[in-house]
Design a protein around this ligand. Structure first.
Ligand SMILES: C[S@@+](CC[C@H](N)C(=O)[O-])C[C@H]1O[C@@H](n2cnc3c(N)ncnc32)[C@H](O)[C@@H]1O
Length: 294
């Protein structure tokens, strides 16, 4: 967990439920340990916790369809704090980022806009996700900061940026569809290096599955980045499997982006670990000193 992550200490669910009554039915008591707990494998409970944390801690009212991915807030917050370190800024209204595959929640842009005043172009391929993402932006009065753009599946970064007037973006971020196929999504390919997550995954189809998995998706971002170069100052992605990191770094080298800087970081929360990778074609990236050169 990032040192600035406010959930380094687990939230007090009993207290949270007092402030957000919809959470009440999901707060259970472990009598032996005299402790409250939530069953994160229950999608209704996960949805209630996510909405409660976003509302109480960030004043964000978010609608989450039950047939789309329900994000966990602490893990998403880690990525934002890591980005803050990378671009060496927190609150700054002049920062413009891109969220590739924002999901129905639109969680990264909403959190970063609310916390840091950052602006976003958020892309999404799924019509239902686009509908909810737009709704979530509007009900939180963030239309001036977050633009939602529907894109086609083969369009990752170059095409979505084609008609945009902005000359340079500070970063792009992505939590890519992570499974290779439906068997992978059901856990058939799960290995001991990636233990079963504690929370339920409600994501469906193209939301979580991409032909070739997350490595192939990030490869597309890398390919687009070689064309876009410094139009985006810092390209980043989260990865769900440790093995993907080596593949992605190999692709970066293979694409001959030898002057690119990369950095890796582990976001972990309970049983869930995530890895991150960043690369840049700009030599003046503020966070360079914390990075490794390829
Ligand atoms: C794992 S989900 C992440 C959702 C959200 N960012 C989060 O962290 O909860 C990946 C998202 O990428 C979207 N997606 C898939 N292909 C895409 C593409 N080519 N461009 C934009 N979004 C895409 C999916 O529909 C899905 O919503």
């Amino acid at each position: 967990m990032h040192e600035r992550n406010r959930y380094k200490i687990s939230p007090n669910f009993e207290e949270l439920a007092r402030k957000f009554p919809e959470l009440q039915p999901f707060v259970k008591i472990n009598k032996k340990r005299n402790k409250c707990f939530i069953n994160f494998r229950d999608s209704n409970a996960l949805s209630a916790v996510t909405r409660a944390l976003l509302k109480i801690d960030f004043n964000l009212h978010v609608e989450l369809p039950m047939d789309r991915l329900i994000p966990t807030v602490p893990l998403r917050l880690n990525y934002i704090h890591w980005l803050e370190d990378l671009i060496q800024t927190t609150h700054n209204d002049d920062i413009f980022g891109i969220d590739i595959g924002t999901g129905a929640s639109c969680i990264y842009p909403l959190l970063a806009a609310r916390m840091n005043g950052w602006n976003f172009l958020a892309t999404e391929v799924d019509q239902r996700c686009v509908h909810y993402a737009q709704k979530n932006v509007t009900i939180n009065d963030l239309d001036e900061k977050i633009k939602i753009k529907m894109v086609a599946a083969q369009d990752i970064l170059c095409t979505p940026l084609r008609n945009e007037n902005r000359q340079q973006y500070d970063f792009c971020m992505c939590n890519p569809p992570f499974f290779i196929d439906s068997l992978d999504a059901k856990g058939a390919n799960r290995t001991s290096v990636r233990p079963q997550p504690k929370s339920v995954c409600t994501g469906k189809g193209s939301e979580i599955i991409y032909d070739g998995g997350e490595v192939e998706f990030v490869k597309c971002i890398i390919e687009d980045s070689t064309q876009l170069q410094s139009r985006v100052k810092c390209y980043t992605s989260m990865l769900g499997k440790k093995s993907s990191l080596d593949h992605v770094i190999a692709i970066l080298k293979d694409k001959n982006v030898s002057t690119v800087y990369y950095t890796t970081s582990i976001f972990s929360q309970g049983n869930t670990a995530r890895w991150s990778v960043a690369w840049s074609f700009c030599s003046d990236l503020p966070g360079n000193e914390v990075q490794h050169r390829t």
